[in-house]
Design a protein around this ligand. Structure first.
Ligand SMILES: Nc1ncnc2c1ncn2[C@@H]1O[C@H](COP(=O)(O)OP(=O)(O)O)[C@@H](O)[C@H]1O
Ligand SMILES: N[C@@H](CC(=O)OP(=O)(O)O)C(=O)O
Length: 807
């Protein structure tokens, strides 16, 4: 014989009840001997509870009551007069009294299961199946703890065996789950979600070969599938593992369900009424693989904190707390003590929190006077996440992932066996925390969410590069890299599931006004997005003001914008402090030398203790091209410049290149990378624009390029033989002294065969002199400008962060 249990959703009107009846009919047709346990239909239990509450408060409940009756009746030809009358009387009584006891509540809730079992019995009979309505209150006897009654085993077993003796195996018993009665015959209930427990008891008493629990999900998942989209069905669990899960709150299993099954080694199968081909989860003495892990959640909990300096090292404190709580029937799910904090935190069910606080305050009344206890307070809005099967030795991974995502657990605790860890988090963080932990402990692809600011040339190139590489990155690195937002100073396009290749059109059609960073932050929050990276591809000097706020809101930063690193030294420092405090990273490899691996190399050398004595080179691709051509060819400077402008190698106003500020900024960035304290004003820059051409419009300037010729011709002619002109940045001086650096940006004449002299095209070159390398610098050379290489460099930074987020 098998016991088959159907949950509330499986019995809901429409598809639910239809499928349930079909499953029962098929089993009977196949000759299976079954006993069916049913829950209340749909949300009946919650609805009855809410009507009861309204009645007690003197609020009008009539409308809800009508809706309830209509739903239950729903055109079925079953006579519910008796049950409806019972409920009406109860509600009227409660409304009159303005209150109700747990005993009354049990009588009310019980009707949900009675209505349900009656309906299923009737329909089966109408279909020619011999079915018997079995009221479990006549069979399962319990103590008198209304709302959470404990079965009296021997008596219940005897009743059930006697009852079933009278029926042949062709009769299908439709048994009410959840409800029972005490020895006085008063209705009790076994606790919310208790139908599973009823089914397990029945399976035990009747020596069933299997218990099948039909729910509306495919089985037991690695985390609640309503909260974690990536959760996976666990195909097999041992009793112990399932028990742990149930204890830690996976409401798919009532905490006590497993116990009656263990004794007789009855397998429990969790199946889906709405997807009957899925094999579900099998719970039996065997576990399929060692070290099963899963996440469960306790909501509706609160943290009660007891604080005081006198608690430190004092004996008997815990005993007093537990006694005070025990006397009030309050159980503690987690206790955490930090002696240095001089506090004790207790997690209790939310509805008990206030009583717990008062009970503890009373117990410690005398200690308040002696100032040994300073306060007892309740923190509501917390949830407990338990990682079942988590070894403490590897707990650093999920823990770090939480911190990286700005979620700091309020407290955490592990079981003595070291196999389960529970974390208390603020409820507002629950959803994100679960997903972050889940992604970390299962080898499921990690989501990394990009927000791209600026969609000009580099921005759009990057977005397209990311979109083109997504599938490959998922396959090779198991990272789901998605662009969730694209913004410029006016508009914001957002899609939590990832923006696609039509992004440019979508901005025009679906973009919303980008008023402030809060617009974005609230979206990111609403969709619980984790592993966030903000990518600054603007050249804006105002956007950098948002960096610190982004970091504090959980973003790592990647930037091609040089302003943040060349702004005042105090801003530079403040940003680093914010990064440190929030455990976030800021990568900007493309700030100097575009895609060339320059900053990373310098950082590596510097942090490994190698003394860098000088960095010198051609830092600007534009100016490289200009002077390489001018030095090699016999042409006026204006002609070479004009050609560079026409080819788009320069900024639209070439004075932005010629003024040398861009090279100056790069030099400052490198200096600060070496922990040198410098401001932009410390950089001595040879401005290549003659004084009289510095004002006026770009168009004006472009008309007067020839006025540059004579000066550059003189410089070129004045060189030694075999020499060429190069516009260089030079960081030298005493680099061991944080204030000892000299930063020069200048036009120099160098031998043609020197490393600077042989640079061609628009290449950049960087010579890094260090103590160990002596006179022979490390040289990094290559294309140091251009949208494609810059975007690639930015992409590299993004991947580096994405991989770090995983490690
Ligand atoms: N690890 C988990 N696996 C599956 N479901 C879970 C898990 N943790 C929590 N749940 C919740 O349990 C619900 C299914 O149990 P339950 O509500 O008792 O079903 P039913 O009412 O159909 O019997 C799911 O909707 C889900 O919200
Ligand atoms: N109807 C009861 C008992 C129960 O177990 O329901 P379900 O099987 O739908 O979780 C409740 O809602 O608590």
């Amino acid at each position: 014989m098998k016991v088959i249990k159907f949950g509330g959703r499986s019995l809901a009107n429409g598809e639910g009840i239809k499928n349930t009846l079909r499953i029962i009919k098929e089993k009977v047709a196949d000759g299976e001997v079954i006993t069916v346990v049913v829950s209340a239909r749909g949300n009946a239990t919650d609805e009855l509870e809410s009507i009861l509450e309204k009645a007690a408060k003197g609020e009008s409940y009539q409308e809800d009551w009508e809706v309830f009756m209509d739903y239950q009746q729903d055109g079925f030809e079953v006579d519910f007069k008796e049950e409806f009358l019972v409920l009406e009387k109860l509600f009227e009584g409660v409304a009159l009294l303005g209150d109700y006891s747990k005993k009354i509540k049990d009588q009310v809730l019980a009707q949900g299961e009675v209505l349900s079992a009656k309906l299923v019995t009737q329909i089966l009979r109408n279909n020619g199946i011999p079915a018997h309505f079995t009221d479990s209150r006549l069979l399962i006897k319990t103590d008198a703890k209304f709302g959470d009654a404990q079965p009296l085993d021997a008596l219940s077993r005897e009743n059930i065996l006697n009852h079933f003796k009278f029926y042949n195996e062709d009769t299908v018993h439709i048994v009410t789950g959840f409800i029972a009665s005490n020895t006085q015959g008063e209705t009790t209930t076994l606790g919310r979600n208790g139908s599973n427990y009823t089914a397990a008891l029945l399976a035990n008493y009747l020596n069933a070969e299997e218990l099948q629990n039909f729910t509306h999900v495919d089985g037991i998942f690695t985390a609640n599938p309503d909260l974690v989209a990536d959760a996976q069905v666990i195909r097999q669990l041992s009793y112990d593992e399932a028990n742990e899960l149930a204890n830690f709150g996976a409401n798919i299993l009532h905490a006590k369900t497993i116990i009656p099954l263990i004794e007789k080694e009855i397998p429990l199968r969790i199946l889906n009424t709405f997807n009957s081909i899925h094999p579900g989860t099998l719970i039996s003495p065997v576990s399929s693989r060692k070290g099963i892990k899963s996440l469960s959640v306790l909501e509706e909990v609160a943290l009660v904190n007891l604080e005081g300096r006198g608690l430190l090292g004092k004996a008997g404190i815990d005993a007093r707390i537990f006694r005070a709580l025990g006397q009030n029937n309050i159980s503690v799910s987690i206790i955490s003590q930090g002696s240095s904090e001089r506090g004790i935190g207790l997690v209790v069910s939310a509805r008990d929190a206030e009583t717990a606080r008062i009970a503890i305050e009373r117990e410690f009344e005398a200690d308040f006077y002696t100032h040994d206890v300073s306060k007892v307070y309740v923190v509501r809005d917390v949830s407990v996440i338990s990682i079942v099967g988590q070894e403490l030795a590897t707990f650093n991974k999920p823990y770090n992932a939480l911190i990286r995502n700005q979620i700091v657990p309020v407290l955490f605790n592990n079981t003595v066996t070291g196999k389960n860890v529970s974390l208390v988090v603020e409820r507002k963080h629950l959803h994100k925390a679960l997903n972050v932990i889940h992604g970390e402990i299962f080898e499921i692809s990690k989501k990394v969410n990009l927000v791209v600011f600026g969609h000009g040339t580099v921005g759009s190139t990057l977005i397209n590069q990311v979109l083109a590489a997504q599938a490959d990155i998922l396959q090779r690195k198991n990272i789901q890299l998605q662009v969730v937002a694209i913004a410029n100073s006016r508009q914001l396009l957002f899609d939590a599931k990832g923006i696609g290749s039509s992004w440019f059109k979508d901005i025009q059609e679906k973009g919303i006004e980008f008023q402030s960073l809060d617009t974005l932050l609230s979206l990111v929050d609403r969709f619980h997005l984790e592993n966030l990276i903000a990518v600054d591809l603007t050249a804006s000097s105002t956007f950098i003001e948002k960096y610190i706020s982004l970091v504090q809101n959980g973003f790592d930063l990647v930037s091609a914008n040089k302003i943040a690193n060349t702004h005042s030294y105090s801003f530079y420092k403040d940003l680093r402090v914010a990064l440190q405090q929030s455990q976030k990273s800021y990568l900007y490899e493309t700030n100097v030398g575009a895609g060339l691996p320059l900053i990373d190399t310098i950082r590596l050398l510097h942090h490994s203790g190698e003394n860098i004595t000088r960095i010198k080179g051609v830092f600007s691709g534009t100016l490289s091209y200009l002077f390489n051509s001018f030095s090699a060819e016999d042409r006026p400077f204006s002609e070479v410049l004009k050609e560079a402008v026409d080819k788009g190698f320069t900024e639209p106003d070439p004075r932005e290149d010629l003024c040398g500020n861009d090279v100056g900024r790069k030099l400052l960035i490198l200096a600060r990378e070496l922990d040198l304290i410098n401001e932009f004003s410390d950089v001595s820059i040879h401005n290549l624009i003659p004084e009289h051409l510095r004002q006026g419009t770009a168009a004006d300037f472009l008309q007067r390029l020839q006025e540059l010729d004579s000066e550059f011709e003189t410089i070129k002619k004045g060189q030694k033989d075999g020499h060429v002109l190069r516009y260089v940045g030079d960081l030298h001086g005493n680099l061991l002294d944080e204030n000892g650096a000299v930063l020069d940006v200048k036009l120099v004449s160098v031998p043609k065969e020197s490393s600077l002299g042989q640079v061609k095209g628009a290449d950049s070159i960087f010579e890094i002199y260090t103590e160990s390398y002596g006179e022979n610098p490390i040289v990094i050379q290559g294309a140091g400008a251009g949208a494609a290489v810059t975007a690639r460099g930015v992409f590299g930074d993004i991947l580096r962060l994405a991989e770090r987020n995983i490690g």
